[in-house]
Design a protein around this ligand. Structure first.
Ligand SMILES: O=C(O)CCC(=O)C(=O)O
Length: 291
């Protein structure tokens, strides 16, 4: 039982053990260890703590938040990055041209960060050989009270790839406790018939969705998803320096941010070298690109 209330896209998710649990952490120091590879195959994700320098992550958080001006963060503390309650006026939508996130994913500091050798090594260890980084690298930024979160989905719906040729690294850019709205995973959904069960329900048109014109997200209702699949949503308090790798077929989503601490993160993707890469993902991310 978590001592906080949870919701995703405004829909409450009960905090009982029927609905939520904690992500497993690996004891491995590196994903090259057999135990890490087995965990990744078995769980569909691998949570590694402190694999990159915390200060390097906070440098990125600070550089991004400085783009919003002085009054955006509490006490001028860009490294902590609590929302002051004062947003700059007349900004374009998040990640659209003209928004700071759009410029930031094209900046040298960000590109140097996502090209960190630690990320490449992790992907190579998990895919078992040389990899290429997928160019399109979104930057996510959620602020308390928005009631907006990532809907339940699998990455393979968005990116054409063979399941074993592809890995996503989700990287919190700063501390991200559960109440700040980090990524949550539907336990065991990468390996059995959960998606088949959902497809059957989808045929009846009974899947709740707040995006009826977009067939890519499964649902915005995490409680419903848990009821239908009889699976729990797994979560954790992420810290700056942590990385979670996930398979393109595990169902994941995120929680609404209910913390002053802004949730800022990026998802860096790697594909096995030589494997075909979805051309839509070979451009820089722009939130209006429709992918
Ligand atoms: O950060 C998010 O809310 C979504 C990220 C995601 O779906 C992913 O990394 O695959």
């Amino acid at each position: 039982m978590l001592h906080t209330s949870l919701s995703s896209n405004g829909i409450p998710l009960p905090t009982t053990a029927q609905y939520v649990g904690y992500l497993a952490e690996t004891s491995a120091q590196s994903a090259a260890e057999g135990v890490a590879k087995r965990q990744f195959a078995q769980d569909g994700y691998l949570l590694m703590r402190d694999i990159i320098d915390r200060e390097k992550v906070l440098d990125i958080r600070e550089a991004y938040l400085r783009m919003f001006g002085e009054t955006f963060v509490k006490n001028g503390d860009y490294r902590r990055g609590e929302f002051s309650g004062v947003a700059p006026e007349a900004l374009p939508r998040h990640g659209f041209p003209g928004h700071p996130a759009h410029a930031f994913v094209r900046s040298e500091i960000f590109l140097n960060f996502v090209d960190s050798p630690e990320f490449r090594k992790l992907a190579e260890d998990l895919l078992g050989g040389p990899v290429e980084r997928v160019r399109r690298t979104p930057l996510r930024h959620f602020i308390k009270g928005q009631k907006a979160a990532s809907r339940a989905h699998i990455d393979r719906t968005y990116i054409d790839s063979r399941k074993d040729d592809f890995v996503t690294l989700w990287i919190p850019l700063g501390d991200c406790p559960v109440e700040a709205g980090g990524l949550v995973y539907l336990e065991g959904s990468h390996e059995d018939g959960s998606m088949e069960a959902i497809k059957e329900v989808a045929k009846t048109g009974a899947v709740p969705t707040d995006r009826p014109d977009d067939s890519r997200p499964i649902t915005h209702d995490l409680r419903w998803m848990s009821d239908v699949t009889r699976k729990r949503w797994l979560m954790t308090n992420y810290g700056a320096g942590d990385v979670i790798a996930h398979s393109p077929v595990i169902v994941h989503a995120s929680l609404d941010s209910a913390s002053d601490l802004m949730r800022i993160s990026t998802d860096v993707r790697f594909i096995r070298a030589g494997a075909p890469c979805d051309p839509r993902w070979q451009q820089d991310w722009s939130a209006d690109d429709g992918h």
